[in-house]
Design a protein around this ligand. Structure first.
Ligand SMILES: [Zn+2]
Length: 178
């Protein structure tokens, strides 16, 4: 189970919704009469039909867009779950995820409720992973004290992270203090 994905991503496929088939059918029906009406010189009715076809197509377009966003969410989540550190800079993320503008998409997926346990720090240009149960079964959490400001942070042994207060890099070893 990926801790960054919400239940919203695993909703049932839109292709199982009968109402969408109805909308598709109506849209096609409205389009089908368009050439006939035009050839009969009933331009007004033809374009009215085109407008109605568009209205019926709207829910379909919305579903397809949501489906595409959920796919982005899955791709981003799988990348995040494989990261060894608790933060990643946005620039690296942009290079590593093979989709266009992954940081922008990540922000949108968070807004839409598709992704969780992750936040964006625009000021420091980093992505912060807050999933507590991530890797916890295999790894061990230890408390590390920051050499720069003295704040302590709970982190996974052997991993790297940034101090929550001053942003200094921290290494997950018990011998952080010199
Ligand atoms: Zn610090």
């Amino acid at each position: 189970m990926n801790p960054f994905i919400t239940d919203k991503v695993n909703q049932k496929s839109p292709f199982k919704k009968p109402s969408l088939y109805f909308c598709a059918l109506m849209a096609v029906a409205c389009l089908a009469v368009f050439p006939g009406l035009i050839s009969e010189g009933k331009g007004d009715s033809a374009f009215l039909g085109l407008g109605i076809a568009f209205l019926f197509a709207l829910p379909l377009i919305k579903e397809l867009r949501a489906m595409r966003e959920r796919n982005y969410a899955r791709e981003i989540a799988s990348y995040l779950n494989g990261l060894p550190a608790q933060t990643i800079d946005m620039e690296t993320m942009e290079k590593k995820i093979p989709i266009a503008e992954p940081v922008k998409k990540l922000a949108r997926c968070i807004d839409k409720g598709y992704l969780t346990n992750v936040s964006l720090d625009w000021e420091h240009k980093i992505v912060v992973l807050t999933a507590k149960n991530r890797l916890v079964e295999k790894e061990q959490y230890i408390e590390v004290r920051c050499n720069s400001c003295g704040a302590s942070k709970l982190m996974i042994r052997g991993r790297i992270a940034n101090c929550d207060y001053c942003g200094s890099p921290l290494v997950g070893t018990e011998k952080q203090d010199i």
